[in-house]
Design a protein around this ligand. Structure first.
Ligand SMILES: [Zn+2]
Length: 225
């Protein structure tokens, strides 16, 4: 039964390892997706900024045309009042022009910055993706080996457990299924699985190397020397 437990432990270990590898594979796949998402986000921000730049350039063009037009009419003004009113409009337009130019500059700086970030991504991406791809492949072949190993161990376990006497087999299978560890050392009359002091008759059975179970948790007991 100790051997049986050892095989079962291997099965459990493989299961844990398999789950860990699967988790790692999922992690790397998500990582790849998020890199892709980040890049397309940056690209769409560049596109939006370029659209805004076009709009601002058109606005700028309109303001400049208006200023030119007013300037060309300056000499044909007839009164001081007309002149003042035109000057006010020109001042407003000049301010508007400044604002548009500042915005344009800011948008262009933003585009430069994002495009720089994208360039770094484009250099780093293939290397990074290749590395992730390699990691995933390694994990997958490791996973296949572990799965085969787990199958072998599970078969071995089933074979060995079928060799036990029927009543023992059923009890052992039940304990291993619910507790994970079905056979536990007895130390100074205490079950090391649940730390319960077993009755003397159980201890006697264990000493005589007969199949005995803890009266509290049901685990099989063996004497630790
Ligand atoms: Zn116990």
């Amino acid at each position: 039964m100790l051997e049986l437990q050892a095989i079962w432990n291997k099965v459990l270990d493989s299961k844990t390892e398999i789950a860990r590898s699967r988790h790692a594979i999922d992690f790397w796949r998500d990582e790849m997706k998020s890199i892709g998402a980040r890049m397309s986000d940056l690209r769409s921000r560049v596109d939006q900024l370029k659209l805004k730049i076009k709009e601002k350039e058109m606005e700028l063009h309109d303001v400049e045309s208006r200023i030119e037009l007013l300037d060309s009419r300056k000499n044909s003004l007839k009164s001081q009042r007309e002149f003042e009113s035109m000057q006010t409009e020109l001042d407003t337009l000049a301010k508007k022009k400044d604002t548009i130019e500042e915005q344009l500059l800011q948008y262009m700086e933003d585009v430069d910055q994002i495009e720089g970030e994208l360039e770094i991504f484009q250099v780093e991406m293939p290397k990074r993706l290749q590395q992730i791809e390699n990691d995933v492949q390694q994990l997958q072949s490791k996973l296949e080996v572990m799965q085969k190993q787990a199958e072998v161990n599970a078969k071995e376990f089933n074979k060995r457990i079928s060799e036990l006497p029927p009543d023992l087999r059923v009890r052992f299978a039940k304990v291993i299924d619910t507790k994970g560890n079905a056979i536990i050392p007895l130390e100074d009359g205490i079950c090391m699985g649940c730390h319960f002091q077993v009755p003397v008759y159980v201890k006697d059975e264990v000493i005589k190397s007969r199949p005995a179970t803890c009266t509290n948790c049901g685990r099989f007991l063996y004497l630790k020397n």
